[in-house]
Structure formats: structure tokens, C-alpha cells
Design a protein around this ligand. Structure first.
Ligand code: C5P
Length: 232
């Protein structure tokens, strides 16, 4: 499992997605498909993108009772995605069941990572609305440790958390980090950002990059710049 740049295809339909992917020449980036596109177009969009030679991170963030998640994961594994995810908040048993469901008869399976605390949740909201007392970073680390315990491959986290996740969960535990911007680039709604080179330095395993690539005049050039800065 090597380092890679994952392009967030945050489009609402297949037409826009393929218009974007058509801008790539020889490179076939690892792409992230989220709820919006998947719910709009169904599993067919995954098959079509896969046919073009892309690896796929299916970002559906499952969260339900263990048995339901296990059965849903079994369906997703048959779609032949390369990475998928769930909410660590569903608990260790749910995560264990998810892994069981995801594993194919030949023993292979997509990479499974957990979302810890959503970055949209502040510490105050975590305490007052969710009733989880204590500090937010401690909850993030508790969720990451639970994911490790359940046998998952890693977590989605802020680049700023990647180092501590590796320290506590081991260097082989994957950190998949959004919030990446080129130096001087528009941060948009992201609060805490890092450049691809900084993300490399702090040890992120995968960076998830959306607008710096999707909104670039030349998306392939922006993608290759990310690859150069992050991997080589
Ligand atoms: O356009 P941008 O580079 O900000 O896109 C980042 C991608 O990563 C989006 O698909 C966003 O939903 C996702 N993401 C995030 N922060 C998280 C989890 C996922 O930005 N904590």
C-alpha cells in the first residue's frame, strides 16, 4: 500500500464527472466518489470509472447496526472498489462486521478506513450535542485506536493529526488526509490546510485533493504537480 494522491470527484452527475476525467491524458488518478455522485448515478458510475482504469475510493461513510453494515459492505466489495469507509462512531463490533462483509471469497478486500470525528463538529458541539465529554483530539485518537483494534487499515484525518495517529496506531496504519492546498492557493471552506509537500513530510499515506485539481485550468498538470510534491 503505497503513497498516492486521490482526486475527489465532487460532481453531481456522470456527465460532469466524465468531462473532468476526459481532461486527463496518460495519467489515471485514484479517484474518490462520494455520496452525491453515487446516489445520483448508482453503482454503474463505479463500474464505468473502473473500466477507464482508475482506482476508486468509494466514500459512503457507512454507519448502522453491525449486521446491516456487513451486508452492505459485501455488496460494495463486489463492485471491486479499492478503498471504502465507515464511521468509527458505529463502534468496534460494527467495524469488525464491516471487515467480514468486505472480504471476498478469495481473501482479498478493498482498503477499509474509518472516519473519526467529522471535521465539521467542534469540541463544543461534541460535548453539548453528542454528549461526549473531554477533548476532541482525545476522541479522535480513541476512535482511531478502536479502528485499529477492529482490524481496519487506517483513518481519514486532518494532515495535522497524521503524525500522532502513526505514533499511537503504528506507522503501517494508514492516514488519508484531505485539506490539501498548493502554497498560496485558495483554502475555500477548509480551515486547516497543508501543501502536498508538507503532507509528505508529516507522513500522510494518501492525500485527498478536490478543488485544487478539479477547478484548475489544467487539472492533469495540477494532479501531476501534487504527485511530484507528495510522492517523488
Ligand atoms: O476540494 P477539497 O480539496 O477541499 O476537497 C476535499 C475532499 O475531502 C472533499 O471531497 C471533502 O468532502 C473531503 N473531506 C474533507 N474533510 C474531511 C473529510 C472529507 O475535506 N474531514
Amino acid at each position: 500500500m503505497g503513497k498516492d494522491v486521490i482526486v475527489a470527484c465532487d460532481f453531481s452527475d456522470a456527465r460532469q464527472t466524465f468531462e473532468f476525467l476526459d481532461k486527463f491524458g496518460a495519467s489515471r488518478p485514484f479517484v474518490k466518489i462520494g455520496m452525491e455522485l453515487f446516489y445520483a448515478e448508482g453503482p454503474e458510475i463505479v463500474r464505468k470509472i473502473k473500466e477507464r482504469g482508475h482506482r476508486i475510493f468509494l466514500d459512503l461513510k457507512l454507519h448502522d447496526i453491525p449486521n446491516t453494515v456487513k451486508k452492505a459492505m459485501a455488496v460494495l466489495s463486489r463492485l471491486d472498489v479499492d478503498m471504502t469507509n465507515l464511521h468509527a462512531g458505529g463502534g468496534v463490533e460494527m467495524m469488525r462486521y464491516a471487515l467480514e462483509g468486505l472480504t471476498r471469497p478469495d481473501g482479498t478486500r478493498p482498503i477499509l478506513i474509518a472516519v473519526t470525528m467529522l471535521t465539521s463538529i467542534s469540541e463544543t458541539a461534541m460535548q453539548n450535542e453528542l454528549g461526549i465529554m473531554g477533548r476532541l483530539p482525545d476522541t479522535v485518537m480513541r476512535y482511531a485506536t478502536n479502528a485499529r483494534l477492529a482490524g481496519l487499515d487506517g483513518v481519514v484525518c486532518s494532515p495535522l493529526e497524521a503524525q500522532i495517529v502513526h505514533e499511537q496506531c503504528g506507522s503501517g496504519f494508514l492516514t488519508v488526509t484531505p485539506g490539501v492546498r498548493f502554497a498560496g492557493g485558495d483554502a475555500g471552506d477548509q480551515k486547516r490546510v497543508m501543501t502536498p509537500a508538507e503532507a509528505k513530510k508529516i507522513g500522510s499515506d494518501y492525500i485527498v485533493v478536490g478543488r485544487p485539481i478539479t477547478a484548475a485550468p489544467d487539472p492533469e498538470e495540477a494532479y501531476l504537480r501534487c504527485v511530484r510534491d507528495f510522492i517523488s
